[in-house]
Each structure stands twice: as C-alpha cells, then as structure tokens.
Design a protein around this ligand. Structure first.
Ligand SMILES: [Zn+2]
Length: 390
C-alpha cells in the first residue's frame, strides 16, 4: 500500500521515497514507491505531473491500494527524489476546493445538488440536478461564494472509521474502505473526498461562473477558480479595453455604444442592399436593351456574386442565354432562360470532357472554372445553340 503524502500535506513539493516495484501496463513500465507526493487521477481531478530523479512523470494511477507512476525513463536506484509540478498541483487544489464551495452554496441557497464534477484543462464544470437556472440565481451564488472567500474560512481534511460515518455520506462511496476521508469547509460543507485542497478559503482568491447549458436531465455549469479566474479577467479586460479605445468610450459604456453602432451598421447594410439591387437591375436592363439572344460579357475581375445576380435578372427578362467570364479568376457563369434554348449542364459537361477544369450546375444555371481556347469554346457553344434551333 502506497502512503499518500498529498493527503496530509498537499503543499509538499519534494520528497525522497523508496522504490518498491514496477508493473507492465499496456507494454509500458510503471513504478511504485513506499510513499508518494503525486496525486493519482480520480474523483474528477487529473493526476499530478513533475519529475522523479529528473525524469518527467507522465501519468499517475491508483491500482488497488498501490499508486503507479508512468515515467519518461526508468528507475535505477533504491532511493529516488520526487518533485511535483506545484503550479499544476496548486491550480488543481484551487479548482477542487472551489467546486466544494460552489456545490455547497447551490445547495444552501437553492437546494440544488451537484451530481458530477470535471476538472478540465481550461475550465471546470459541475452538473447540477435541476432543469433550469435563472441569471439572478447565478449572481446570488457568486455573491455568497465571494463573501465566504473573504471570511477566509479554514478547510480541514480528516479520516473517520467506516462504521462511524453517517449512512447518507456512505451512499456516495463506490467501495467499503476501512476509513473514509472527509474534507470540511468550516460551517459550510462536509464531503467525502480523496482530492487535494487548499487549507484556507482565502487561497481561492476568486471564483467566476462562466455560463451554463442544459445537459441531459441536468444543468452543466462552467466555472474557473483562483489564478484561472484572474487570467480570465485579464483576457476579458484587455479585449474590452481595446474595443473601448476604438469606440472612444469608457469600458463600462462599451455595450451601450456597441448596440448603437450595430444598429447603425444594420441600417447601412439595408441601404446598401437597396442601392445594390437598383444598380444591378439598371445594368441588367442595359444588357437586355442590346436586343441580343446570347448576352456575352467578360470582366477583368468582378465579384462572382454580382455576376450571378446580374445573370439571373437578364434571363428572367426574356428568352436569353447569358455567358459571363471573369478573366482573372478564370471563372465562367452560364445562365439560360430555358434548357431547350441552351443547356447549361450539358455545356459544363462538354467543357469538362474536352478541356478539363471544374464546375457544375443545373440545366439553366452553372459555373465553370478553367482555361479554354477560343476555337474550342466556339465549337462547344455553337453546337449547343445549333441544337436548340433544330
Ligand atoms: Zn474534494
């Protein structure tokens, strides 16, 4: 049985332990020691990282009552030196303790129970046993949490013999251990837990709820604690500051100013659309006024959407075939008032078969991208127009 030093002293960063044995798991060698400062993955908390004799620790798992360490290298000595990645450990301590506090406050204020916890790489989540949340509930929970953190209440961990534990607490356990470990936030929460926690609530600094969504029968709430909350604040702050400079208002007025800005933008877009439609219709009219059945036109470069809009109006206005070309983009737009007059799909098919390129469409509208020389193109075009006359 490996002695878990992290249970009694989660702040221990370095330790000298004795190598016990090794075990092959999935063709890899894992190592166990008489004691360890490395937390194994469990209870929603990922495993610790660090080094053992300067070799990186890649994973830590509890198998039975032994803790096994996957190391990038091997163990050659009896006495080894462990060093835990304490930044990562302390982050996990903050997130995990934050989860206890958050879950306790949801229960205290709204009688909503937590059914699961996940400590993610960037954000943490808890699943709350409720079908819906209201924004004022989130605000109330955040206020209460912040108050408890400011009160800097102590957190204690201890074990009790299995027989002395209340039935209600035992229902959460998957096994029947001789002793049950508790973590208790003074006056707020007392839970069975195997994770690592801070010893004073003040060490959390801040907890921020980021959002929630419906998940299965529950609500999944995402949050960050401690340094993660500070980093989140920094990111939001610099983004808002940048926008506030551009809008030339103080950060607190950004939302209001942006809303005005957005309304103005929508109006401009609407006006632009009206002008665009007028303009493109006018242009189509002048093409139709040429009185030709086959309207051919090419531009050095022009937005394809404009070319398509123009083509549609021209074929709607009478019996016509439209052949537009964007020279720079090597793109052709074909449109026809009817497939009997000029079959666009057949035209694109012939181009692809005889010249290559790519494209597609239906019998009355399509697009082709490729290179075609003039004689080849005239042959294809005339054969299709000829067919329609016959
Ligand atoms: Zn815990």
């Amino acid at each position: 049985m490996t002695k878990k030093i992290f249970e009694n002293d989660p702040y221990m960063k370095e330790y000298t332990a004795i190598f016990k044995n090794s075990k092959m798991i999935n063709d890899e060698k894992w190592f166990s020691f008489d004691q360890t400062i490395f937390y194994p993955e469990g209870g929603g908390q990922p495993s610790d990282y660090g080094v053992i004799d300067d070799k990186p620790v890649l994973d830590v798992q509890l198998i039975g009552d032994e803790i096994y360490h996957k190391i990038d290298g091997t163990i050659e000595k009896k006495r080894i030196k462990m060093k835990v990645d304490f930044d990562r450990r302390f982050d996990h301590m903050q997130q995990h303790t934050g989860q206890h506090l958050l879950s306790a406050v949801w229960l205290e204020l709204f009688e909503i129970k937590t059914v699961s916890f996940h400590l993610g790489k960037d954000v943490c989540t808890i699943d709350l046993n409720t079908s819906d949340l209201k924004s004022n509930q989130i605000l109330e929970v955040e206020r209460k949490i912040t108050q408890y953190i400011f009160e800097n209440r102590p957190i204690e961990t201890y074990v009790l013999p299995y027989d002395e534990v209340e039935q209600e607490k035992l229902s959460k356990l998957k096994e029947t251990p001789a002793f049950v470990r508790f973590v208790e936030i003074e006056g707020i929460d007392r839970s069975t837990c195997c994770g690592t926690h801070v010893t004073m609530l003040g060490e959390l600094g801040l907890i921020k709820i980021l959002g929630w969504e419906k998940y299965k029968q529950n609500v999944r709430l995402s949050f960050v604690c401690g340094l993660r909350a500070y980093t989140y604040f920094q990111e939001i702050f610099s983004a808002v500051t940048e926008v506030s400079k551009k809008l030339n208002v103080s950060p607190s007025l950004v939302a209001e100013r942006f809303s005005n800005f957005h309304q103005g933008h929508q109006l401009l877009k609407k006006n632009y659309q009206t002008l665009y439609e007028k303009e493109i219709y006018h242009e189509a009219e002048s093409l139709m006024n040429l009185g030709e059945e086959v309207v051919e036109y090419s531009w050095e470069d022009r937005p394809l959407q404009e070319m398509k809009d123009l083509a549609k109006i021209v074929i709607e206005g009478g019996n016509r075939v439209v052949i537009f070309q964007n020279i720079k983009q090597k793109t052709w737009i074909f449109a026809s008032s009817s497939s009997q007059l000029f079959n666009v799909a057949t035209c694109i098919q012939l181009l692809k078969e005889n010249v290559g390129g790519k494209g597609g469409g239906n019998p009355v509208f399509g697009q082709w991208i490729g290179d075609v020389n003039k004689p080849e193109w005239l042959k294809i075009k005339n054969s299709l127009l000829q067919n329609s006359i016959n």
